[in-house]
Ligand binder design. Structure first.
Ligand SMILES: NC(=O)c1ccc[n+]([C@@H]2O[C@H](COP(=O)([O-])OP(=O)(O)OC[C@H]3O[C@@H](n4cnc5c(N)ncnc54)[C@H](O)[C@@H]3O)[C@@H](O)[C@H]2O)c1
Length: 266
């Protein structure tokens, strides 16, 4: 532990886990706390945020668990206000929320499209709009959004709403990076590739596509240039670095954390 984020206040939106094990959000919250940050774990489901909080506190870290739906401006306003009351400011916004389903275009309802865009893109806008005045007032702030290599290239899964919303998230984040660079704000994207997280078992239709968990692990591992999937800690460590002062001149990047998958043509 190097205390690279000592006393920084980090808001993790989507800090829980959809199933047992280490999700990207849960690992990120714990990793920030290990570097000395005071973490606010926010999730649509309070019990998921609380589970993450308990993990942080078991290691002696500081964490506040709050319920909040990122698709609601009122919820975001309330959780950011509560974070300010508890810790005084916001230094880092970590936007981890992302949803998807296994739905080809012709079977995708308008409601499902809107739901995906609300969670994957609109929430990032609402959260950024709420925290930016706080960051601008202190002349310092970091926004990190969790996208996907699905924002860069099209894979074997037919989730068009996911591809499109994650590509939008990249460009949204880059636009924030440029708009506020002179005022001490940095905004970057982490794009996970094939990660072995609980999400794989919980995304509707995903496991059915592969038949068994063993087949899924083998098939997804074979797609990676390294021969294996990554895990939630790979994403968490990249995010911690981007939030730290070591990354002070890194702004507007889309960082694939994917074992090199994005380099490959097919
Ligand atoms: N696991 C992978 O293989 C992989 C690959 C590429 C990208 N990603 C990205 O990583 C991120 C999620 O990873 P994870 O492992 O933490 O997933 P996860 O689903 O386990 O955890 C995300 C949390 O977000 C919460 N959430 C969902 N909708 C919300 C909302 N509207 N408001 C507030 N909270 C909400 C869920 O309750 C859940 O606890 C997503 O952005 C996803 O697109 C994952």
């Amino acid at each position: 532990m190097t205390q690279r984020l000592q006393q920084r206040v980090v808001l993790v939106f989507g800090a829980g886990s959809c199933g047992p094990g280490w999700s990207n959000g849960k690992a990120a919250a714990v990793a920030y706390a290990r570097e000395g940050a005071r973490v606010v774990a926010i999730d649509r489901l309070l019990e998921r945020a609380q589970e993450t909080r308990d993990l942080v506190q078991q290691e002696g870290g500081s964490c506040l668990a709050l319920a909040g739906d990122v698709t609601s401006a009122a919820d975001i306003d309330a959780v950011v206000g509560a974070a300010q009351s508890a810790f005084g400011t916001v230094d880092v916004l970590h936007y981890n929320v992302g949803i998807s389903g296994f739905r080809p275009l012709t079977e995708l309802s308008e409601a499902a499209w809107e739901q995906t865009f609300a969670a994957n893109l609109k929430g990032a806008f609402l959260a950024s709009r709420r925290v930016l005045p706080i960051m601008l007032a202190q002349g310092r702030g970091v926004i990190t959004t969790i996208s996907s290599t699905a924002s860069l290239a099209i894979g074997p899964i037919p989730f068009v709403d996911y591809y499109a919303s994650k590509a939008g998230l990249n460009q949204f984040t880059r636009s924030v990076a440029i708009a506020y660079a002179k005022q001490g704000i940095r905004a970057n994207v982490v794009a996970p590739g094939l990660m072995n997280t609980p999400l794989l078992l919980e995304t509707p239709g995903f496991l059915d596509h592969y038949g068994t968990v063993e087949n899924m692990v083998r098939a997804r591992g074979a797609l990676s240039p390294t021969g294996a999937m990554g895990d939630a800690w790979d994403i968490a460590h990249a995010a911690v670095f981007l939030a730290s002062d070591e990354a002070r001149y890194i702004n507007g990047v889309v960082l694939p954390v994917d074992g090199g998958l994005h380099c490959r043509l097919g």
